[in-house]
Ligand binder design. Sequence first.
Ligand SMILES: Nc1ncnc2c1ncn2[C@@H]1O[C@H](COP(=O)(O)OP(=O)(O)OP(=O)(O)O)[C@@H](O)[C@H]1O
Length: 572
Amino acid sequence: MNTAPGTPAGDPPGPAPGKAGEVSGLLKPFLPWLAFSAVTGVAAGAATVALLGTINAVLNRPGGMAGGLLLTFVALCAVALVGRAASSMSTNLVGQRLVAQVRKSLARKILAAPIDALERYRTHRLMPVLTGDVDMISDAAFVLSSALIALAITLGCLGYLAWLSPALFGLLLLALVVGVGVQTWAQARGIKGFHKARDAEEQLHKAYRAISDGAKELRMHRARRAGMYGGQIEGTVDRIREINWRAINTYVLATAFGSALFFLLIALILGWAALRTMPPSVLSGFVLVLLFLKGPLDQIAAAVPGIGRARVAFQRIADMSARFATPEPFLDLDQPGEPAALADAIELRGVGYGFPAPDGGEAFVLGPVDLTLRRGEMVFVVGDNGSGKTTLVKLLLGLYAPQQGQVLADGRPVTDQTRDHYRQLYTTVFSDFYLFEDLAAEAGQGGSLPERALPYLQRLEIAHKVSVKDGAFSTVDLSTGQRKRLALVHAYLEGRPVLVFDEWAADQDPTFRHLFYTELLPELRDKGHLVIVVSHDDRYFHLADRVIRMDHGRIVEGAAPVARPRRETAAA
Ligand SMILES: Nc1ncnc2c1ncn2[C@@H]1O[C@H](COP(=O)(O)OP(=O)(O)OP(=O)(O)O)[C@@H](O)[C@H]1O
């Protein structure tokens, strides 16, 4: 259901809803593999424990290892080896598939997310998730497999020790409760720190963007540059270093405490043995297994910080995933689909859209707007900065779904089901356009692409710089104005019924600007395209069939369709 314009469309602050569901959703497809990994890991652990038991038995009886015992030993070695390899490989497989799936799923979610949701989730928040957080999971997948096997071995050893001597096991259990308690405390503290560091990393990414995108401006402004480096980057980097240092130190101290506890436990067991008589096989078995256990326990302790960081990364991924959990309905990512056709007109009927108010500012509300645009018309959309021209165009293009009213193409309302197909009517060159180098989508339209492109490149006076080779422009390293011309070549090649140019001519030299308004646009119109031009070039407004003037989100002039007086040549 549509909401009234002005309804805040922003996400509430704090974590997105449904994160737990997202995490379990991400893990669900891998449960059978995880189960296999657990079973083989437990088998490897049990075989290792049995090996230790066998060694202890051999140490405490005359005759050494021979006959059946030797065969058992070899068989146990084989189970431990195969189990460990199978468990590690399957955990590694899960890790890598999980990372691949997360990458694909995030890309699909971004591709299918409503544009306004993407505009709210800033790029400096997107990139750390797509790169850093996903890599963190990939790294954790490596350590996780050996940590899981170490856990299985530890549990098996504990079972063996409980069987060997329940009394000594009681003592061990006490030490374990203290050790695990300290590790849990360290993990909670560490994760808190990692969350803080991760927040700071977002700030760092913002600063990195500023120094790459704003390199020229920073070169020209010493005070800002000093503030950017000394204030923002150094400060943030040092804060991250400090937080991570403290967080990891917590783990280090907990591990050191665990080691001390471990040797204290061995001393206690040996002291116990001095006070109470116990079979030597029990004592040697206990000490042997405990000493062996130090290895897996250290492995687990070493893996814990990485797993803690991976948990933080996983939550960030799940958070982003949940924010984009509602894709635009009926947006097909897999099929190119049929081209769209427009026989007559596009209409906006009572269309309204509101942005949420910025902090301390007023909300911008567009509409309600009524507008009819016909094929073969050349329409200029004009108005002051911030009057709503681009917002109107985004509603027209179907990039924003109207919060009120409806858009119609040839009299048929554009619905959620048809919006994506409807968008294929348009070719756009936005003021902040992105130029795709490859022309693969245009290759299938018949004729050789380089031959089709050449006249347009010549007409736009960039044929000496760019050609089309292997389905792509040979270069896009051009001036801003030339890049925009290339975008126009793309538009010609697409040949869609409606062309939208948002301040296209702003970067063109006067001669070419003149050519654009007086020849190129009228030619496109005369070929039957609907041409929509957002412009501040009032010198050329008289060439339009209709000038739509925006003011404070409303159309104040030019809403009514007019019969277009046919011109012999637009320049006349
Ligand atoms: N992503 C956004 N989030 C919140 N508010 C926005 C957003 N985009 C635009 N606005 C608000 O909508 C108003 C209209 O913006 P719009 O880009 O449509 O203006 P415009 O007429 O195209 O301006 P210009 O001539 O400067 O390009 C702005 O004043 C701004 O407050």
